[in-house]
Design a protein. Structure first.
Length: 458
């Protein structure tokens, strides 16, 4: 790939053997063809998975959101049809409104390694960058994306050559990620859904982190174990309620006469999630009246979360009552999260078991998901982003403004040697929010020590 001045142009990535000018000359388009628009559309096949590491891709077809694409290239359809008719792309022609966009992939001839090509069209570049350059006043985090953040490109490239040579799409997505960090082509975006921060590092495959350095120093991440269940305990807290700044979110009522309520309630205390430039539409989660105990299953759930044993307990119960054995923690989480995040009508043996173990917990989760099943994960991720970005990292910046800090959603990353201080701040601020001491893990981004271990108690 090439390396050049990025200030007046934007790098895009196409198959090495794709000679677009030759194809255009041989088969002139019957529409107003613009070279940069064509390059941008073709680059999406590899850049979409590069920018979305958890994207599920079926049979190699990359979903392309037509609404977003149309905002950038109004006549995108004629380009796509041209690429298909000239043997460059294939389409799966599967579209499900609100669920799946049409998928595209390169034909076998062009399923190769990539080359870097720059585009120059200023209006198009402005539209592409408009989202990735939003930072919502998080300069205390964006300032660390500078020339001191480096990646060992040669070693990282050798790694993906060895491990992904038989999966070209995956290889290419990792290659783009490596290239962008090496060339200081950073992106920094706060999403409009749960206000999570997305950057080159959040999208970096975990196995490639060992190649990252800041001023030549090893990085280390301090991570909240069981983070989503941990933040869900706020919904049952006797100390906090949540005012959630999102439109049309469901409410947990404070109707004391409703026998289905998990708690009776009194005057509400609040933890306000407050994001810059965000309309303040609130959802209030009511809390237990002083002196009233929460249900036993809620206390048990909170206890398991605090101890970090929730997934282990769920796994043990699945083996005991369903005769299902999980081979890894990943498999446990893959079974667990559809239970709490799936629609209310979604029913499996796992959910029946969870309902048996934690009936009141599930009732609260279902109340939140009554309007839309996405409301619960969005809520928990918003709590996470607020405390990590707006509280913990801001405090670190105020106390130690020269200490490099990055985030990967529920973890804070810094240079090795500063992990004890970061863990102390995280424990203190998370305890203020939840009343529970978080279980933290530390992961060193190095070849020799690339493994997790318990963070030291503070």
């Amino acid at each position: 790939m090439c390396k050049d001045n990025k200030n007046i142009r934007l790098p895009k990535f196409l198959p090495r053997n794709l000679d677009l000018e030759y194809i255009i000359a041989k088969n002139p388009p019957d529409f107003e063809y613009k070279r940069d628009c064509a390059v941008y559309i073709l680059s999406l096949i590899n850049e979409i998975p590069a920018n979305n590491k958890d994207l599920k891709i079926k049979h190699g077809f990359v979903p392309v959101n037509a609404t977003i694409l149309k905002n950038r290239v109004k006549d995108y359809k004629v380009y796509l049809n041209y690429f298909i008719n000239n043997g460059i792309l294939k389409c799966d022609n599967i579209f499900k409104k609100g669920k799946k966009s049409k998928g595209y992939k390169y034909t076998r001839k062009y399923n190769t390694k990539l080359k870097c090509i720059y585009i120059f069209k200023r209006n198009l570049i402005k539209k592409i960058r408009s989202k990735s350059h939003k930072n919502h006043n998080y300069q205390h985090l964006s300032k660390w994306f500078n020339e001191n953040l480096t990646i060992d490109r040669n070693a990282a490239t050798k790694y993906i050559e060895k491990n992904y040579k038989n999966n070209q799409l995956q290889y290419n997505s990792y290659d783009i990620t490596i290239w962008k960090i090496d060339n200081k082509e950073y992106w920094f975006n706060i999403d409009d859904t749960s206000y999570r921060l997305h950057t080159n590092l959040t999208n970096l495959k975990s196995e490639l982190r060992k190649f990252i350095r800041y001023k030549g120093k090893i990085l280390v991440s301090i991570d909240i174990a069981n983070s989503q269940p941990y933040f869900s305990t706020v919904l049952f807290s006797e100390k906090k309620a949540i005012f959630f700044n999102k439109v049309d979110k469901p409410q947990i009522s404070n109707n004391n006469n409703n026998t289905n309520n998990i708690h009776t309630t009194n005057k509400t205390q609040t933890h306000t999630i407050n994001h810059n430039n965000t309309p303040k539409h609130h959802t209030t989660f009511m809390l237990p009246k002083k002196g009233k105990q929460v249900k036993n299953d809620v206390r048990h759930y909170i206890s398991l979360v605090e101890s970090g044993y929730l997934y282990n307990f769920f796994s043990t119960q699945c083996k005991k009552k369903l005769n299902i054995t999980f081979r890894s923690r990943r498999e446990v989480k893959d079974a667990f999260f559809p239970v709490i995040y799936g629609s209310i009508s979604y029913m499996t043996d796992y959910k029946i078991l969870f309902k048996e173990l934690f009936p009141c917990v599930l009732r609260v989760f279902n109340e939140i998901k009554k309007t839309n099943k996405r409301d619960l994960p969005i809520l928990l991720q918003t709590i996470e982003s607020d405390i990590i970005l707006g509280v913990i990292c801001k405090r670190i910046d105020q106390e130690k403004p020269i200490l490099p800090i990055f985030t990967i959603h529920d973890s804070v990353v810094t240079t090795s040697g500063n992990e004890k201080y970061i863990a102390t701040v995280m424990e203190e601020e998370l305890f203020k929010l939840t009343g529970l001491k978080p279980k933290l893990t530390i992961e060193y981004w190095s070849h020799r020590n690339y493994k997790s271990k318990n963070a030291m108690s503070v």
